[in-house]
Design a protein around this ligand. Structure first.
Ligand code: PNS
Length: 158
């Protein structure tokens, strides 16, 4: 079964990586899909975000890192997917994620959203918190993979 894990990934965190690894072991193929036209002002370009994800997922052979714009369900259909994977943190994500899951179901009844609960150590982790810590040169250990930490510090120096 083909699954799609969508998001902004600005930048990818250990929380995202955990969901990517667990989805890769559940599904035959997982598209990690970076949203192109977000209303948010991203720190990293879409290409940079894809490259950072690729760098930390070399050990997984059934994932494809790509970008998409337009409706998520249209992208899922395009790649022959059946599942949207989302990570769910305690409390904070529920309402928004539930709204998106119901909307996507309304748009395409054949596509199911599967929620994986975020691991305990990543419950309070988000890309925004990572950027905030990095802006003030705090330690990113345990929050983002070591091999991309310098890219985040450098980007915020500019
Ligand atoms: O990491 P994020 O920013 O929470 O990801 C949000 C994302 C990309 C999953 C969401 O914005 C999305 O699916 N956008 C595509 C547009 C769409 O399909 N909207 C209707 C369903 S909510």
């Amino acid at each position: 079964m083909i699954a799609v894990y969508p998001g902004s990934f600005d930048p990818v965190t250990n929380g995202h990586l955990d969901i990517i690894e667990r989805s890769a072991s559940l599904f035959d193929k997982v598209y990690v899909a970076v949203l192109k036209n977000s209303s948010k002002m991203p720190l990293f370009s879409v290409e940079e975000r894809c490259e950072l994800i690729e760098r930390v997922t070399h050990h997984l052979d059934n994932i494809v890192v790509t970008s998409f714009d337009g409706l998520l369900v249209d992208f899922v259909k395009k790649v022959d997917g059946k599942i949207i994977v989302k990570g769910l943190r305690a409390l904070s994500d529920f309402e928004y994620e539930f709204q998106m899951a119901l909307t996507n179901k309304k748009l395409d009844n054949d596509v199911e959203t599967v929620f994986l609960s975020t691991s305990a150590q990543n419950q309070y982790l988000s890309s925004s918190i990572v950027k905030d810590i990095a802006r003030y040169k705090g330690s990113l250990d345990g929050l983002v993979p070591a091999e991309i930490q310098n890219d985040i510090y450098k980007k915020l120096e500019k």
